[in-house]
Design a protein around this ligand. Structure first.
Ligand SMILES: Nc1ncnc2c1ncn2[C@@H]1O[C@H](COP(=O)(O)OP(=O)(O)OP(=O)(O)O)[C@@H](O)[C@H]1O
Length: 465
């Protein structure tokens, strides 16, 4: 009997396990589970306590230990920048994946340099450690950054002195190596309020639908980083703002115009539509684009989004700890601009599994169902067919690197399998997502991800291989 555990009591998870006839493990200390759907916080504890080392071969868990390399805004940007630098050295063209971004406080001077080169530009500042649109603001003048920093510093110091130099506000003095925060309280600047922020070029020309801004939530399954295997779900959705988009400066602070987060838009009063949750299915968006922008342009956009996903994962492949017990279902947030170029906004390791509408329920149930069918061994399907306790030899084999993955399963389309890329036999199979060879990251004789990997100073770490 397959046994499951979760600290995440969401219907889409528990109903999927129950429908398979699997048995729940209730006791927190009971380690007889075969699959643990954990939130990221629990994962941190599991890895910190080293208990992962003791996992049996027949145990699976839904995060990689250092998933934050991809899902923390500043680390994502660092990894993507490094990947593109390596690609450039190899003469490989990798498209821009994220809008130009700087990590604060370290890259404040670079940000100022870029900002001053623009005649008019808007930037968005986002805290690394927050979600749901919290702490985000837009600026189009450097003085606004300073004002915000001062206000935030004053607030965090509970009325202590606001203001201060930009260097202080961004923590340059306090973050000097070897400077202890306790060394001299008089000499130490206040805790910088915009420490742990990133600042990104704001996509000011988003594609609009009915005059409203939206972003896309794409679901991406990674059963393995070494070899890199990637599935993209054909199910996904667009999330709309409540009010019409405008570039008017007077509306720069109006988050109902600029932020598509459901959490923000739900607070939008009457404008929020509870029936459809301000969402549109990806398939409907595709149909709409086919009708308004043409077949070829739509096809190209979906191919570009597939490339965006694969490149982003390649950018972290070398730093990700490829533990064979792990898989991950990511939520990729993408904004499409008016030229139909997709931009990655962020990657979530725990995409929301809360369901607000019937369509939401069906979509999320199906995504989890298909993801489970891919990551779990065939011997787990059907009730009572799984392992009990110590792993069977079949289960052990299922965790091995030579495992075969189906080209498509339900809504999941295999869009990248590094082993196929190496022998050139299969570039892409995501027919519903993209046709032809467009999704191939380095088609036409360009370097493969393995070549990029070999060129990197950091190597993939494989545990429990
Ligand atoms: N560079 C950008 N250009 C245009 N809009 C952006 C940009 N970055 C973020 N946004 C908008 O702001 C919203 C919030 O950004 P982001 O998702 O990075 O923050 P978050 O608070 O961490 O959200 P989440 O709850 O999804 O983790 C996005 O959904 C998008 O609508």
């Amino acid at each position: 009997m397959v046994r499951w555990k979760t600290d995440f009591s969401k219907w889409v998870i528990t109903s999927n396990f129950e429908r398979r006839g699997w048995q729940e493990v209730h006791d927190e200390k009971d380690e007889s589970w075969n699959i643990f759907w954990a939130n990221v916080g629990t994962m941190r504890q599991v890895f910190a306590s080293d208990s992962l080392q003791q996992l049996r071969p027949d145990q699976l868990i839904n995060h990689f230990p250092n998933h934050y390399e991809l899902t923390r805004k500043d680390l994502l940007v660092k990894n993507v920048k490094r990947y593109r630098r390596h690609a450039r050295k190899l003469g490989v063209a990798v498209p821009e994946l994220v809008p130009s971004t700087f990590v604060l406080p370290q890259e404040y001077a670079l940000f100022v340099e870029e900002f001053r080169k623009q005649t008019s530009s808007t930037y968005i500042l986002k805290p690394n450690g927050k979600a749901q649109g919290k702490g985000i603001f837009l600026v189009n003048k450097l003085s606004q950054v300073r004002e915000r920093a001062a206000a935030a510093a004053a607030a965090s110091a509970h009325g202590a002195t606001g203001g201060g130099s930009v260097a202080q506000l961004f923590g340059q003095a306090s973050s000097r190596p070897g400077t202890s925060s306790s060394s001299s309280s008089a000499a130490t600047p206040m805790r910088p309020a915009l420490d742990n922020y990133i600042v990104s070029r704001y996509i000011g020309n988003p594609l609009l639908l009915g005059g409203k801004k939206f972003d896309l939530r794409l679901y991406v399954l990674v059963p393995s980083y070494s070899p890199l295997v990637v599935y993209l779900a054909t199910l996904g959705f667009a999330r709309f703002c409540n009010v019409k988009y405008t570039r008017e400066l007077a509306q720069l602070d109006n988050m109902f115009v600029h932020l598509t987060n459901v959490a923000v838009q739900k607070g939008g009063g009457d404008e929020y539509n509870a029936a459809h949750g301000n969402k549109w299915a990806l398939a409907d968006l595709r149909l709409h684009l086919e009708a308004t922008r043409g077949h070829a342009a739509t096809q190209q956009l979906f191919a570009d989004m597939q490339q965006l996903v694969v490149h982003t994962l390649k950018a972290v492949q070398l730093v990700m700890i490829n533990d064979k017990h792990c898989f991950e279902l990511y939520g990729f947030d993408v904004i499409i601009d008016s030229d139909l170029q997709p931009w990655l906004i962020e990657v979530n390791a725990s995409p929301s599994l809360t369901t607000t509408t019937k369509a939401d329920r069906l979509l999320k149930f199906k995504i989890i169902n298909d993801a489970l069918s891919i990551v779990t061994p065939p011997s787990w399907s059907g009730s009572g067919a799984g392992s009990s306790g110590k792993g069977s030899s079949r289960n052990r084999k299922s965790a091995a690197a030579d495992r075969q993955y189906p080209p498509a399963l339900g809504c999941m389309q295999l869009i990248h399998d590094e082993r196929s890329e190496a022998d050139g036999s299969r570039r892409t199979t995501g027919e519903a997502v993209v046709t032809g060879d467009k999704g191939s990251a380095f088609g036409g004789g360009a370097a493969t991800s393995r070549q990029l990997a070999d060129a990197s100073p950091r190597k993939v770490v494989v545990l429990h291989g």
